[in-house]
Design a binder for this molecule. Sequence first.
Ligand code: 4AD
Ligand code: MG
Length: 460
Amino acid sequence: MKRWTIKELYAQKPVGEEVVVKGWLRSQRKTKTFNFIILNDGSSQGDLQIIADAELPNYEQFSKCGTGSSFAITGKVVESQGKQPIELHATNVEIYGNVGEDYPLQKKGTSMEFLREIAHLRPRTNTFGAVFRIRHHLAQATHKFFDEKGFFYVNTPIVTAMDAEGAGELFRVSTLDPANPPKNDKGEIDWSEDYFGKQAYLCVTGQLEGEAFATALGSIYTFGPTFRSENSNTPRHLAEFWMIEPEVAFADLDDIAQLGADYIQYMIKYAMEKCPEELEFLNRFIDKGLKSKLESVANAPFKKITYTEAVEILQNCKKKFEYKVEWGADLQTEHERFLTDEHFNGPVIVTDYPRDIKAFYMKQNEDGKTVRAMDILVPGVGEIIGGSQREENYDKLVERMNEMGMEEDLYDWFLDLRRHGTVPHSGFGLGFERAVMYITGMSNIRDVIPFHRTPNHVEF
Ligand code: 4AD
Ligand code: MG
């Protein structure tokens, strides 16, 4: 007999039909003559209620099974008087596996910290089921959004020789024996003996290779894992995270800022359409204001200010910050959060940052001090998007690279994009986990990625 998912059962309500459902026991409650079994199969937020009569031959066995046990249950779909429109009247209960006595998810109200230690089991909880179904739909929304706009999906390399962001937060990729590496005449490690013949790293971005494709196919986006060894033990930093990076030929900073806002709003609307039950659940148990926040952000235009205006707002407000606000310094999380959570009470686009705190490839403004950069900040999270118009002028780009002491050899191919048929172009990177945090209301980035990698943590 065909297995039905619980999601399909609620969608089609095949009253009178005999079906099989398979899933994990949420709870069972015994009466004198039957058991109420509550089963969830992960297909949706919804549990199925099943009535299993005491006459069933293995009643004693399955009645003893604990929360988390796996069952295949055959039965007839009947209308229900309960909360759900239908329930199942069981004719057969097959036990796949009972749980051991030490099953860690039996108790209610376990902490997020504890659940991180059992990240292989936490997807079975209502909260994580909701988060990861939403994460799936946001990935689908991403591909749909860009595809509908005529963008091409490009897979950029994960292993690279370039520190494109210049922040020195690279994980080395090497096959040399760390105990006995080959040395050159100067006694330094001879990287020419390494697998790639030079030093190699995990990518911090796919942008530079993305630019090669944008200056050929017009509009492209990447969606892949990126790696940063920054030593940031915060609720919004991961060592391994996923980034979506659109890159658009002939687009300027305003175009790309609008694209970023449209993309965030598209994801929010997509989640509201595809995951109403998940959002309802998270709104009840995780973040009470989640649904009203999403509804208000979905349609309102994003505020837009320059970095210089942001600094003025921060310097003139009454709030005491831990880090001093000074023109030229990067905005700290507390500053970003003040702008989004208190001053604007919504997302804000900040443009034209000081050139000295930004990457080499950003287009320089006429003032000689700022670059055509933009960050999109959202309440509760802070920076979710970082992007810019790119420096398309060969001479200016080379000058900046020299100023920053970059190895020109490594970037020679990148300079070709400016030597041959250069065009104005712009792009941004959206941190996928930060978007998932924002849209689910989860407050720690470790809880929106299946298995998190952070300093001193590479479990599972
Ligand atoms: O602002 P970032 O560093 O920009 C770039 O990497 C550009 N190459 C993007 C581009 O223009 N194509 O990173 C982009 C986004 C940030 O806004 C943030 O959301 C996320 O990536 N991000 C992180 N997310 C989780 N953990 C980290 N350690 C992150 N670092 C950046
Ligand atoms: Mg950034």
